[in-house]
Write a protein of this length. Sequence first.
Length: 567
Amino acid sequence: MKNPVQGLHHVTVMAADAQRNVDFYSQTLAQRMVKVTVNFDDPGTYHLYYGDKVGSPGTVMTHFPWQGARRGVRGNGEAVATAYSVKPGSLPYWRERLSAGGFKVGETLRFGQTVLNLEDPDGTWIELVADDGLEVPQPWADGPVAPQDALHGFHSVTLWVNDHQPIHDLLVGQLGFRAVGSESDTQTADVGGVRHRYQGAGAGVGLYVDAVERKGQPKGTFGAGSIHHVALRTVNDAEQAEYLSQLRAAGYGATSVQDRQYFHSIYFREPNGVLFEIATDAPGFDDDESVDRLGSTLKLPSWFESRRGEIERRVPRITNREYGNEIGGGTSGQVPNEQVPSEQPRSGEAASVQAPAQRQVPSDPNVLHAGRPVSEARVAMVLIHGRGGTAADILSLGEQWNQSVYAYLAPQAPGNTWYPQSFLAPIEQNQPHLDNALARLDALMAELNAAGIPPERVILGGFSQGACLVSEYVARNPRRYGGVFVFSGGLITLKHSGDLEGTPMFMGNSDRDSHIPHARFEESAAVFAALNAQVDARVYPGMPHTIVQDELDAVGHMMQALSLASV
């Protein structure tokens, strides 16, 4: 029987300026920068880790700095605050230190404990909880704050949700947390917010997850200052594998295991929309550099080393104040008055004071967006739903891949169908609907190109009728694409000419799919091979008309390859 989840492993947040982020977390909050690496799904972006001396689980705050990214808006379906524990006697010191740095510090009482709160330079809520019972696992004795006043690691995270019951079902029913209390939430009392607290099974730091129920309130908008995900601790790979199987069986749609070099990860969303990770404690941050030099250089996984020069030129130059050395070869992302927090709030009506409006793509109002804004993305994915499906349905596949470098776009078909008859019917029976659908896809691709994302950095894909539409579009418009995937689909017409210039293409189908005959699938794969696509065609015996994990994993690898190639 596996152990219950111990508590928090790390929290990952988006930032808008790398150097400002480094200075706030390593100097103002006095957390050691234990690792400088890149987002493994977006190697053109840093991944910065801060924690105790060695980056012990339960102490680690991590950031993806998208230089100049727009502010997010805090709302339901996300984590909104990270709390550190500190000795009660140190609260006056921290109130004075933070106020002197230009930060507005508030105070509240929560479950009988005094809590200081502030916003970091990107608007992320940071809290300090007076707690005698927690100690930092590995103190950073050489940090800018004396050990007796140093932060001890995480106390808790706060989630905002429409309904706390799914959080209860996940944490208690699946992961072994205990429900330990509830009370009216002072920050959201105006909307009837109720805070529910759950405690992990471990000892020490990072034990609590709080879920504040805010029924009927708006969802958050992702951007700088937004918490991307909350990672929970598990002991080892074997235990993580058991959780992966259990979560999938319970319908959470967890991803396959991702190698994050310093730990291994799986990701999943609960019904409110909060993204969770389950991460292993090992191998740890000293896996590729000694403890006394943690965070001193840009560390890359072996599969990125061949691109080190390009990556170092792309990421902005930052200075690690512990060593006084510069990292990265790009221009500095530092902004004036880097320690002064922005006056733009993240919550409530903050949308009206966000960064200036940016070019919106596409102009078609019936296209849903997810992931990175097009104006900030280097790569994009266009997803086409099947007959009877919706854009929202297929857009949710992006959560399976969890690759934040991508802008995801999904057009909605009128009446949920792109053309009225089977894709095998005489083509005139599907006109003018088919031509209209192809024209919409072409217009979307043209707008992406005009916004700086050319076809060779776009992956197109679809399921069922949507896969047939994507197949036909690509065959009629042969050129190099970032990638193509066809989940249970095939070509509408088989006579095509031109050159796909080595476009990577994944095709998956059942050997007995009544909607997509196996013979048509094989014929389509042969046509694409003749058009010079790099075709990976897989047949799944007995598979129903659906999408399976192996198909998702194959496309995930395609996406990673494109994000690396676009650096």
